[in-house]
Design a protein. Structure first.
Lengths: 341, 421
């Protein structure tokens, strides 16, 4: 299988296995430092920094190592990123935007959305000309990496790996060759047997997507232990299940991304909150940190109900609006007030 | 508030009030079902099933125009929903579930049987989930796959070639969602869905939009606009929310007749008209006087908004052998056509040309994500053909963020420059 082509992906809901089977190495497109003149010209302030950077670098031709960019429908910002890029490609002849592909995956859990998403996934397999054997091989490779993500998360649950380190490590699941990621992890995990979380309160981070581990570092500096985060870059990267190997591979891949991946468009709320409520019910948390910045336009609608749910379980929480140092004192005060069960 | 110049405008306002009073009466007295829905929902289905639907955005505009938005939005924030969240889509909810709901205009919205929304953005499902949970009402959401076939000049294809323009897989998916919605409407109303009835209604919608097109052409061709933008909006939207009804068609016809007659008689809405201005975006519902504030000082008249022009280009569908499919084609991209590239910028540029626009005011909404995008593409497209742009950063319903004096001052300076060109 050729692996010398690189496909940029914008989030967790692009089926890695299809791209891999088609000979691409999928790579999550990340934020990076520096000005964004193209985004400043064309994009409104409502776009997150990461999408502004993606738009900017693609317009500027700065990411010419990418052979294709695949964007899913699982958030409105990505939908609009796709439209903006298409329009720049159409109207600005000098732009060198790579080939764009849009994956119309929907996350409303209805029979219609299931059928539609499955048909779109079949279309993607046809468009990328991926064979069944190649799909099966890619599934095995990706599942192996998912297994290693779960090993990392288990180490953290045992109190042997800081949350910030876990988050940074799991980043490799999206940015590295998954085979290499899976091969390397066991050796690295072997040496981690020391307890680092003894007596430290266990904290779950819940809210807007995390850009990096800086919030984790703040919690850790204050004496807390981030045991999980409701985020596809962290605790939810591997999901609950692997891609099933005992059925048609396209259906199996689709079902994994339809049922077991995180996105802001999951509906109804009972599915959206299932992981969060399950973590609460496990009884291992001493506190919850809600991260809901004012730029957020999504999670803030869920916050009051999620807070009420937490209060009904007598679990303390704190609300952080910005991921910046000025919020150290209340955060440190909150962490200091918690006691390990 | 500038005096209404058209008798059809007075009739439109009165008709809307009467419709709402009758809705309340029926809901309270006979427990008749009614629905609340997003503006881009297929109102035709509700109309055909005789389940009246209140547009979420229309009601938010009414609440805002009555200067009640700050009260209800403050209540929303006090409840734990932060200030950065979308206000246009949530103000109606706030006015029905928070604080003193009896303060709401015209007695307020009664409890609906159904809430319905199309999922353009990521937040609207949450607003409607919260709302439906409060009322214990049924909730129907229509998901929204994206278009990937994006040919230029969509409005030249949307009337006759809508099957190709809107992509078969998207249309078929929407029809399947409609079937779920219809099943719900049948249960709520106790009526059976009749496709022939929908087809007849769709034909009337076409007629209604053809009237609007004739009115629009009269505005384009008249030396000075015969009707102010605000009166266009009142007439058009009163009819659009009940599109295809006998009242709506006759209201559209009355509006057309009056506009065409005024144009023929060379009656100008503002005899002092020197600059023709377009307003891009939803209205500033709490400060409608803004749109007439520059007539005397600059001869600047707002002649265009999306509301009238989008009627014919966005709604007309010919070839109604499969009315559900045709309705799906009207629904699948409605919001996107108005707020995203390539649709919005191309179309608005075309509108600016045909309306002989001298300058554009482009709204970038502060608290409403679905309509806060695409504005830069619009602004740049206009500027590239020499139409100066005044960017307005404001919310459509949240008057708390609006500095009326400063905006008038800044706009005056902009118009001074335009006038000197």
């Amino acid at each position: 299988m050729r692996k010398d082509r690189i496909a940029g992906i914008t989030s967790n809901t692009v089926p890695w296995e299809i791209l891999r089977a088609a000979g691409y190495t999928p790579l999550l497109l990340e934020d990076e430092a520096g000005p964004t003149p193209h985004a400043d010209r064309w994009m409104e302030d409502v776009f997150d920094r990461r999408f502004r950077v993606i738009f900017d670098r693609l317009c500027a031709g700065a990411w010419n190592h990418l052979d294709a960019v695949v964007i899913p429908r699982t958030s409105e910002q990505e939908h609009k990123l796709y439209l903006y890029l298409r329009e720049i490609a159409r109207t600005q002849p000098a732009s060198a935007i790579p080939e764009l592909y849009f994956y119309n995956l929907l996350h409303t859990r209805t029979p219609e959305s299931y059928d539609y998403g499955l048909e779109r996934t079949r279309q993607m397999v046809r468009d990328f000309d991926a064979s069944e054997d190649e799909l099966r091989a890619a599934i095995v490779e990706s599942n192996r990496a998912r297994g290693r993500v779960r090993d990392i998360l288990q180490k953290r649950r045992e109190g042997r790996l800081e949350g910030s380190a876990a988050l940074e490590w799991i980043r490799g699941f999206y940015s590295e060759d998954r085979g290499v990621f899976a091969d390397r992890a066991p050796d690295q995990l072997k040496g981690m047997n020391e307890q680092v979380a003894t007596h430290r309160p266990h904290i779950l981070i819940k809210g807007a997507p995390l850009k990096d581990a800086s919030l984790h570092h703040l919690v850790e500096e204050a004496g807390g232990y981030v045991v999980a985060e409701d985020d596809w870059r962290g605790s939810r990267a591997a999901g609950d299940t692997d891609v099933c190997l005992n059925k048609d591979p396209v259906t199996a891949i689709f079902e994994k991304y339809f049922y077991d991946e995180v996105s802001p468009r999951v509906h109804p709320v009972v599915h959206r909150d299932a992981w969060y409520q399950r973590e609460i019910e496990r009884g291992h948390l001493d506190g919850v940190l809600f991260y809901v910045p004012l730029e957020d336009d999504v999670l803030g609608w869920d916050y009051p109900a999620q807070l009420a749910y937490l209060a009904s379980r007598s679990i303390p929480s704190v609300l952080v609006r910005e991921n910046v140092r000025e919020h150290d004192p209340p955060l440190a005060e909150f962490v200091g007030s918690l006691h390990r069960k | 508030m500038a005096q209404k110049q058209l008798t059809s405008t007075i009739a439109a306002s009165e008709g809307q009030k009467a419709w709402f009073a009758s809705l309340r009466e029926r809901v309270f007295e006979t427990r008749a079902p009614y629905a609340i829905g997003q503006a881009d929902m297929p109102f035709e289905l509700f109309q055909a099933m005789e389940v009246p639907m209140v547009s979420n955005q229309w009601w938010a505009a009414v609440v805002s125009a009555k200067r009640l938005a700050p009260y209800y939005l403050d209540k929303l924030n006090e409840t734990g929903f932060h200030k950065g969240l979308c206000r246009y889509c949530s103000l109606s909810m706030a006015s029905t579930v928070l604080g003193d709901t009896s303060q709401a205009p015209w007695g307020g919205l009664p409890k609906p049987s159904l809430l319905a929304a199309r999922l353009t953005c990521d937040c609207v499902q949450r607003v409607f989930e919260n709302w439906a949970a409060h009322f214990r009402a049924e909730l129907i959401l229509l998901d929204a796959p994206a278009a990937t076939h994006l040919p230029p000049r969509w409005w030249e294809q949307s009337r006759h070639h809508w099957r190709e323009l809107f992509e078969d897989h998207r249309l078929q998916f929407m029809v399947r969602q409609f079937e779920r919605l219809i099943a719900s409407l049948e249960r709520i109303s106790g009526r059976k869905f009749d496709p022939d009835r929908l087809r007849a209604l769709m034909e009337r919608v076409n007629r209604q939009e053809e009237y609007f097109e004739e009115a629009k052409l009269a505005i384009c061709e008249a030396p000075k606009t015969p009707v102010r933008m605000q009166e266009q909006i009142t007439n058009v939207m009163a009819a659009q929310w009940q599109r295809g009804s006998e009242w709506a068609v006759s209201q559209a016809k009355a509006f057309r007749d009056e506009v065409v007659s005024r144009a023929a008689q060379r009656i100008a809405a503002c005899p002092n008209e020197r600059l023709r201005i377009m307003w891009v975006g939803a209205g500033l519902w709490y400060d409608l006087d803004f749109y007439t504030a520059f007539e005397e000082s600059h001869g600047a008249v707002f002649v265009w908004s999306m509301y009238l022009a989008f009627g014919p280009d966005g709604y007309i569908r010919y070839g109604l052998d499969d009315p559900l499919l045709a309705l799906a084609s009207r629904t699948v991209s409605m919001n996107e056509q108005l707020h995203n590239p390539p649709w919005a910028n191309e179309w608005i540029l075309e509108q600016a040309r045909s309306h002989r626009i001298d300058a554009a005011f482009v709204l970038t909404p502060l608290g409403t994500r679905p309509s806060a995008t695409g504005t830069r593409f619009v602004e740049i497209a206009l500027e590239e053909v020499g139409i100066p742009v005044f960017s307005v950063h404001a919310d459509m319903v949240d008057a708390r963020l609006w500095d009326a004096e400063k905006m008038r001052r800044d706009a005056s300076l902009f118009l001074d420059q335009v006038g000197r060109r």
